[in-house]
Design a binder for this molecule. Structure first.
Ligand code: SF4
Ligand code: SF4
Length: 208
């Protein structure tokens, strides 16, 4: 039998004194480094429902869908992330517009038996166009844009009306005229970009 090399002998003695290099996970919780890029987890109160995370997710793990809810009688924005598809790249965390809507949780142990348990979801109320009735974006996103713009928000009548509605200075819905009849009284309404441009063309040139 060949004699063990000195280096291997040294390693064996060191391991006997210091213990093994491997951790005892999963028997004991694993300790992770301070800047560990762990599980991206939504913080619903700091998420404004803009959908940017869904656009940058390279794995298609995030679904943003405006769906009808029977119990609410209206469309609601559902934001859903599927752990089973997540590749832990943290792009959603990096590009979250509020910088706080997603946190990187040190927890990385996400194994589960039922695939449904790998899905994490939250809802956001939507703001609708008073011209065509289509969903514009999430109410919280509208508020966030207003806050970011400050007084510059007064350049956009839709944002002004939303702000006034929030302060109870106008009704939440100032009326709904069919798009073909967009006239001057439509100026101070919450309009989607399509209806806003149709209104401007109609007001300026009498055509949309
Ligand atoms: S970490 Fe990457 S793959 Fe996972 S949800 Fe975020 S963007 Fe998608
Ligand atoms: S606020 Fe952040 S977490 Fe929420 S939808 Fe937008 S990008 Fe995603």
């Amino acid at each position: 039998m060949r004699k063990p090399k000195l280096r291997e002998l040294k390693e064996a003695v060191t391991a006997l004194v210091k213990g093994p290099y491997t951790s005892k996970f999963p028997k004991e919780p694993a300790t992770v480094p301070e800047h560990f890029r762990g599980t991206p987890t939504y913080v619903p109160d700091d998420c404004v429902g803009c959908g940017a995370c869904g656009q940058v997710c390279p794995a298609g793990a995030i679904t943003i869908i405006d769906e009808y809810r029977e119990e609410k009688g209206t469309l609601v924005r559902r934001i859903e992330r599927n752990w089973a598809q997540c590749i832990f790249c943290s792009q959603c965390y990096e590009y979250c517009i509020t910088g706080k809507g997603i946190k990187l949780d040190p927890d990385f142990e996400k194994s589960c038996i039922d695939k449904a348990d790998a899905i994490d979801t939250h809802d956001k109320e939507l703001v609708f166009c008073e011209g065509c009735g289509g969903a514009i974006t999430a109410v919280d996103h509208f508020r966030w844009i207003n806050d970011q713009l400050g007084e510059l928000a007064f350049a956009n009548p839709s944002l002004v009306v939303a702000k006034y509605a929030e302060m109870n200075l106008v009704g939440a819905d100032t009326g709904n005229n069919p798009r073909k009849n967009l006239e001057r009284d439509n100026f101070m309404k919450i309009l989607c970009p399509n209806c806003r441009s149709a209104y401007i063309l109609s007001d300026e040139y009498g055509t949309s």
